[in-house]
Design a protein around this ligand. Structure first.
Ligand code: ADP
Length: 433
């Protein structure tokens, strides 16, 4: 069905049929940014007139999820010694197929269970997802898989399904983080027709990696975004008071009061609030997060942290930090807490993101949407989204406004503070300002 799109033509190009195979999806199965992006990208592409569906594992914790809405039966078949059952629901406006391989693999209460076990259960899931598409006669134009967990889709499709009836799809693969499952990423880079990563700067940082370099011609860095309807301070049900640009002061004051109350902070003075919402891993610059806490208090501000630490040692370090800081002005929550994260973005004046590396990063974008100024380390996608008020005027004008001369054109598109080094002094150079 070859055709040439013609500028100004009145006929519409037919939409594509895109099926994502993923293990995370916000808000029903969110661990980090990948879950946000799978949902936001699906919605954005669907809004462009394409047909978008998702295939996810049927996690046991969906049984008690208030977010899932109405789930109904779709298909059931014997395959690979298992009885695969598929149910479906609409989540955030997207049709989602939930695959239960019938072998108890997804009975845990979390998306990831850790170690080798995850590899086995996700590999089986990828293949069951392909079998579901085949059995139900679906022929998507695009299969889109994400990170190591669904990387197997690319190879399995081309070597085992493509010749046996599921013939139409081409495969797109997105790398959300190079740090996990590198061998699988390289394999998917080889078998996919195009692969992407989540920001142009990260693409240039990892493009030379031996596993990807041979396939560089197929690679593009495409910046993630947040869904402005999902992240909207005006309609956000988790805030005590919705706000927009006109009512931002009242809205943020109400959120600040709520955060101070919840985290047990006793000083309610008019102090600037500095915050962090993050997984607490080395990648996220934990030593600088701790320093930001000290520095914020030293300078007469307040500090709040919402952090989930998979490593108990890191968790213990931060618990010790919490104990050593003045509780009147510092508040800590060690959990994965979606509602509290919204409240913190709304409450804070500054959100600090001092990552050692960051494929894209969403928290700095959410911060901006909620009227908090990002202070970031210039790496990966943080560099592509945050432009320092003092030294990035030219780059911001070009990247955001297409202007080659910000002075002549009178554009200042800068939107935050940034630093380059990896030590405390470097962070201070941005945070102090
Ligand atoms: P990553 O995917 O590496 O964790 P991103 O910045 O891409 O980092 O995405 C993080 C997402 O997870 C954001 O939506 C952020 O608000 C959310 N998040 C991170 N930590 C927590 C937490 N402890 N509780 C709730 N949400 C969190």
């Amino acid at each position: 069905d070859f055709h040439l799109p013609t500028r100004g033509a009145v006929a519409h190009e037919p939409g594509l049929y895109v099926v994502h195979v993923a293990v995370e999806m916000a808000p029903i199965a969110k661990v980090g940014g990948m879950g946000d992006v799978v949902t936001a990208l699906g919605r954005a592409v669907q809004a462009e007139g394409h047909r978008v569906e998702l295939v996810l594992p049927r996690y046991r914790f969906f049984d008690s999820s208030p977010l899932l809405g109405e789930e109904r039966f779709e298909a059931e078949f014997e395959w690979a010694g298992a009885r695969v059952r598929v149910t479906t629901a609409v989540v955030e406006g997207l049709r989602v197929w939930f695959v239960d391989p019938g072998n108890g693999a997804f009975n845990a209460n979390t998306v990831y269970v850790g170690g080798k076990e995850d590899q086995a259960r996700f590999e089986f899931f990828c293949r069951a997802a392909l079998e579901f598409l085949l059995r139900t006669g679906r022929q998507p134009d695009i299969l889109h898989s994400h990170d190591w967990s669904t990387a197997d889709v690319a190879k399995a499709y081309w070597t085992e399904w493509h010749g046996y009836g599921l013939w139409r799809p081409k495969v797109i693969f997105t790398i959300h983080n190079m740090n996990y499952g590198a061998a699988k990423l390289g394999e998917a880079a080889y078998y996919s027709q195009r692969f992407t990563t989540v920001s142009p700067t990260y693409a240039s940082e990892v493009g030379g990696a031996p596993l990807l370099a041979p396939h560089n011609a197929k690679m593009r860095g495409i910046l993630n975004g947040i869904d402005p309807d999902i992240w909207d301070p005006e309609t956000d049900a988790f805030l005590p008071r919705g706000y927009n640009a006109a009512s931002v002061e009242e809205g943020k004051a109400a959120a600040r009061a709520e955060v101070r109350r919840r985290l047990g902070m006793s000083d309610w003075g008019d102090k600037p609030m500095v915050g962090v919402v993050s997984r607490l891993t080395k990648q996220k610059g934990t030593h600088l997060i701790a320093h930001a806490a000290w520095r914020a208090l030293e300078r007469g501000g307040q500090f709040v942290l919402l952090g989930s630490a998979p490593d108990p040692k890191v968790q213990a370090e931060f618990a010790a930090l919490a104990n050593s800081l003045d509780g009147a002005n510092a508040g800590f929550a060690f959990a994965f807490d979606e509602p509290l994260s919204h409240l913190i973005y709304a409450a804070c004046d500054v959100i600090v993101v001092p990552s050692m590396f960051e494929p894209c990063g969403l928290t700095q974008m959410i911060a901006m949407r909620y009227g908090a100024v990002p202070v970031v380390r210039h790496t990966g996608g943080l560099r592509d989204t945050v432009f320092d008020v003092d030294f990035d005027k030219g780059r911001a004008a070009w990247d955001l406004e297409g202007s080659t001369d910000w002075q002549a054109d009178g554009v200042d598109a800068t939107n935050g503070f940034a630093f380059d080094g990896a030590d405390e002094g470097a962070l201070d150079s941005a945070l102090n300002r």
